[in-house]
Design a protein around this ligand. Structure first.
Ligand SMILES: Nc1ncnc2c1ncn2[C@@H]1O[C@H](COP(=O)(O)OP(=O)(O)O)[C@@H](O)[C@H]1O
Ligand SMILES: [Mg+2]
Length: 247
């Protein structure tokens, strides 16, 4: 099998919920910059939770089919097995920040993964996100965007191969969004696989290689971003913003 993320005919129904992802077949190669879009409730977050085994190991429901991460079936290993390779940045950073200082926050993951060189890793990660010297700050005193960056720094410090971000720009202003995408692009060019859930198709158009469009739990479109986003009729039917034409 191929390296990367494979969804092999995956269906998932949340426990007690009517919602299900249905017949998801995907191949997300290593090293790619991949966007996921779709209206609220279309299943984007559920899809991301399948990548590192949070579904089915921590979130209950009925799962059919298989998800493979670099040829390992996520059903067959605990979530901890995928923790180093997949860094998840959830939509709300407050759910992830619970330590007293930025340093402890980032170090928490490093300790769990039994990695060494903590101080150097933390320093370099903070430098990349432009928050050098923030080690001793209380995360709760930072802005939303800065909190999100700390979550990203935690993922960078552990040097994850895959970085999954769930609507990271939903609460960011335009310039912060541009800055984040530029950073993600440069991480991608350094070999990281980036998967980003995004409503703004202009950013997908500009930065991503591939795009997946979800609609009511199914894949409506997938493939090269330019090709997917040129299906304007279909996007409009689904309720997705049509990207501006390139000038
Ligand atoms: N833990 C859960 N239990 C039951 N149903 C859920 C749960 N999480 C999400 N859902 C259902 O799945 C649907 C899709 O959710 P989600 O994947 O979060 O969509 P999106 O991220 O595209 O907005 C939601 O409308 C909700 O009804
Ligand atoms: Mg979501």
């Amino acid at each position: 099998m191929k390296n990367g993320i494979i969804f092999d005919n995956v269906s998932f129904a949340h426990k007690n919920g009517l919602f299900q992802l249905e017949n998801i077949n995907l191949y997300i190669p290593r090293g790619i910059f991949c966007g996921i879009t779709g209206i609220n409730g279309s299943g984007k977050t559920t899809l991301t939770l399948l990548i590192n085994g949070l579904i089915p190991h921590q979130i209950r429901g009925t799962l059919k089919g298989n998800v493979y991460l670099d040829n390992v079936n996520t059903k067959e290993k605990p979530v901890s097995y995928f923790a180093k390779s997949v860094g998840m940045i959830f939509q709300n950073p407050d759910f992830m920040l619970f330590n007293l200082t930025v340093k402890e926050e980032i170090e928490f993951g490093l300790k769990n993964l039994k990695l060494n060189n903590h101080n150097l890793r933390i320093k370099e990660a903070l430098k990349i996100i432009n928050l050098s010297g923030y080690e001793n700050r209380d995360p709760q005193t930072l802005s939303f965007g800065q909190k999100q960056k700390i979550c990203l720094a935690a993922v960078l410090a552990q040097d994850s191969d895959y970085i999954v971000l769930d609507e990271p720009t939903a609460m960011l202003d335009y310039q912060s969004t541009v800055d984040l995408y530029k950073l993600l692009k440069s991480l991608n060019q350094q070999g990281k696989t980036i998967i980003v859930v995004e409503h703004d198709t202009d950013f997908l158009n500009e930065y991503t290689d591939q795009t997946i469009v979800l609609n009511q739990g199914r894949i409506a479109l997938k493939g090269k971003t330019k090709a997917v986003l040129s299906e304007t009729k279909k996007l409009e039917q689904i309720g997705i913003k049509i990207p501006r034409l390139e000038l």
